[in-house]
Ligand binder design. Structure first.
Ligand SMILES: [Fe+2]
Length: 175
């Protein structure tokens, strides 16, 4: 699927213009991070094989589930829509594992999501989750702002620390 097709899919799935603009902003940042990591890894002499297309497409699609709900289940809903549309597993997983720095099986049980692990595993999944943490609406912010916002929303300390660790991990790879 190319960018135009993905944007059409978001639109026909019923995503609002705000959601689509947010997805475009996350995709722009995620693509840039992927490129930065890729270049840095080559300079270090240990080139990482990042699927930049998957990062960009997955980021564009990450909030498709917001066409059904803006609750935390939008990741699960989004993954369901992506599966129904026959999208690749790599993209389904980016969508399903993009919230914060992922959700553990125990946290999923506590918040009433289908009980399984939603932690990002591949580098592509991690980059999209991280970029989403840094985009507020369609503007880029800092990890500190992200943490302050999530603390206000009452997110648990373990999940917050995971977000900070993901930020550290991605920043380290980008250098
Ligand atoms: Fe989201």
């Amino acid at each position: 699927m190319n960018e135009k097709e993905i944007l059409a899919l978001l639109n026909e799935s019923g995503c609002s213009l705000n959601v689509i603009e947010h997805c475009r902003a996350v995709a722009g940042l995620a693509g840039k991070i992927a490129l930065d990591i890729s270049k840095a890894s080559e300079i270090k002499g240990i080139p990482l094989n990042i699927d930049i297309n998957d990062v960009y497409s997955g980021a564009l699609l990450h909030d498709i589930g917001r066409s059904r709900t803006h609750g935390i289940a939008h990741a699960v809903e989004g993954a369901r829509i992506a599966r129904e549309k026959g999208l690749e597993k790599s993209l389904v997983n980016i969508i399903e594992r993009h919230i914060g720095a992922g959700i553990t099986k125990e946290e999923a049980a506590n918040i009433g999501l289908p009980i399984k692990d939603y932690l990002p595993q591949t580098l592509e999944e991690k980059i999209v989750a991280h970029a989403d943490n840094l985009i507020f609406g369609k503007n880029i912010g800092t990890i500190e702002e992200c943490v302050v916002n999530l603390r206000k929303k009452g997110l648990g300390e373990a999940a917050i620390q995971r977000i900070i660790r993901l930020n550290d991990e991605i920043s380290e790879m980008s250098r």
